[in-house]
Ligand binder design. Structure first.
Ligand code: MG
Length: 388
C-alpha cells in the first residue's frame, strides 16, 4: 500500500478497516471471543474499539502463520471451534460466518471461497516478462480462497504445529491440508474483498456507499438508525485547581471545581452520548459518592461511555460542542482538545467540533466564575441484523 500504517489501520468510510472487521464479527452474534493479532505498537496504544468486552489483543509474529499461532495460544480452553479471519476483509457478512461455522463443525475444517469467474490459465515455467500458457484450467473447479477459515480446535492445532516445524503456507487451510485434513469449501461472498491495493480502497469506499444508499438491503448490513443526544454541564472556576478541558490541561490561574478532574467539556459530551443511547446520565454511571471516581480522568470516562455505546451497537458519528468561557481564550488549545477527543472517541478530526463563546459579561459564566458547555452528539447504529 505504501502507507505509513499497516493496511488494516487505513480508513474506509471514516473508520479503520480493522474496526469494520472486528465489529462485523462481533455483530454477527456467532462468535464468543475475538483475539486481534496486531502489531505491537497497536497493542501499546489500544484504540477504543478494541477496548470492549470479548475482544483481546495479542502481538503478531513475523509471518501470518506465526501471528495465528500467537492468537491460538491465548484462546480460552473451552473454545472448540476457531475462525481465522483476515482483518483486511472488512465486508465479512453473517451468512458467510454461519456457513463456515456449520461446515467446520460437521467436517473439521472449512473455508469461505468463491468460484473463479475469469478463465484461468496455467502458465509454463518461464521468465515473468515473457510467459506462455501451458493449459487452461476448468474454472468451475477453481476456487479463490477467502477468510474466515474455520477449524475444529484440534485441526487448527495440527496445522499450527506443522507451521511451527517450518512448513510455510499462505493460509491456515493449506497447513491443515498438508497435515492430512480435508477442508470443505463453502460459498463466500464477492463483496468479501481483501483490501491490498489503493484500488481496493476505492472499491471498498464504493461498496460502503452503496450499502448506505440502499439502506443495507442487499448486503446484510442493516439500515442505519441515527440517534441524537444533547449534553450540558457547568463547573465553578476556583483557585488551586488545574483547568482541564477535553482531557487537555490549559494554563490558567484557576481551575474547575469538582469531585473528578471537573473536565466540563468531557462531561457534556459524555452526557450527550448517554442521552442519545438512552443510557441515563454521567452521575448514574460514575457517581461522585463513589471513591473510585474521585480524581477520575473524565476523558477516560468519556472513552468508556463511547465503548459502552458501541457495545449496544451505537457508534459516534460526530460531536459538536460549545464551550462558554469568558476566559481563558481557547483558540490556541482548540486543536489539542479536538485531537484528544478524537482519540478518546475513535473519530477522525473532521468529526469533532469544539467552539468557544464568551457570555458577553452576563451572569456567572460572563463574570468568569464558571465554565459551561453544551454538546450535541449523533450516534449511528450501523451493524447487520442478527443472523438467521
Ligand atoms: Mg460535570
Amino acid at each position: 500500500m505504501g502507507a505509513a500504517v499497516p493496511k488494516q489501520l487505513l480508513h474506509v468510510g471514516g473508520r479503520p478497516i480493522l474496526q469494520w472487521s472486528v465489529e462485523a464479527i462481533l455483530a454477527s452474534g456467532q462468535v464468543a471471543d475475538v483475539v486481534v493479532v496486531a502489531p505491537p505498537e497497536l497493542a501499546l496504544a489500544l484504540p477504543g474499539y478494541l477496548r470492549v468486552p470479548h475482544v483481546s489483543v495479542v502481538a503478531g509474529g513475523d509471518r501470518r502463520q506465526d501471528s495465528v499461532a500467537n492468537g491460538f495460544d491465548t484462546l480460552p480452553s473451552a473454545t472448540d471451534l476457531v475462525l481465522v479471519h483476515d482483518a483486511a476483509r472488512p465486508f465479512i457478512d453473517p451468512g458467510t460466518i454461519a456457513r463456515v461455522i456449520a461446515a467446520a463443525a460437521a467436517s473439521g475444517a472449512s473455508i469461505a471461497a468463491v468460484v473463479a469467474t475469469d478463465t484461468v490459465k496455467w502458465a509454463e515455467e518461464g521468465a515473468a516478462e515473457r510467459r506462455f500458457i501451458e493449459r487452461t484450467l476448468p474454472r468451475e473447479s477453481v476456487f479463490l480462497a477467502q477468510t474466515p477459515q474455520a477449524f475444529r480446535r484440534s485441526v487448527l492445532a495440527d496445522a499450527i504445529a506443522l507451521g511451527r516445524q517450518g512448513v510455510e503456507a499462505t493460509d491456515e487451510a493449506a497447513l491443515a491440508e498438508k497435515a492430512g485434513h480435508r477442508v470443505q469449501l463453502v460459498e463466500g461472498s464477492r463483496r468479501n474483498i481483501k483490501i491490498t491495493t489503493p484500488d481496493d480502497l476505492i472499491i471498498a469506499e464504493a461498496l460502503l456507499k452503496a450499502d448506505q444508499d440502499d439502506g443495507g438491503g442487499t448486503t446484510g448490513r442493516a439500515a442505519t438508525t441515527v440517534r441524537v443526544g444533547s449534553g450540558y454541564d457547568v463547573h465553578r472556576l476556583v483557585e488551586g485547581r488545574s483547568l482541564i478541558l477535553g482531557g487537555v490541561t490549559i494554563p490558567f490561574d484557576r481551575g474547575l471545581a469538582g469531585h473528578s478532574d471537573a473536565d466540563v467539556l468531557s462531561h457534556a459530551i459524555t452526557d450527550a452520548i448517554l442521552g442519545a443511547a438512552a443510557l441515563g446520565d454521567i452521575g448514574q454511571h460514575f457517581p461522585d459518592t463513589e471513591a473510585r471516581w474521585k480524581g477520575a480522568s473524565s476523558i477516560d470516562l468519556l472513552a468508556r461511555v463511547a465503548a459502552m455505546a458501541r457495545e449496544r451497537r451505537f457508534a459516534v458519528v460526530n460531536v459538536d460542542a460549545t464551550v462558554i468561557a469568558e476566559r481563558p481564550h481557547l483558540g490556541p488549545h482548540r486543536q489539542a482538545i479536538v485531537a484528544r477527543l478524537c482519540e478518546a472517541l475513535c473519530l477522525s478530526q473532521d468529526a469533532v467540533s469544539v467552539k468557544a463563546k464568551t457570555n458577553e459579561g452576563m451572569d456567572a459564566t460572563g463574570r468568569g466564575e464558571a465554565i459551561a458547555v453544551h454538546a450535541v452528539v449523533l450516534l449511528e447504529s450501523r451493524h447487520p441484523n442478527a443472523p438467521e
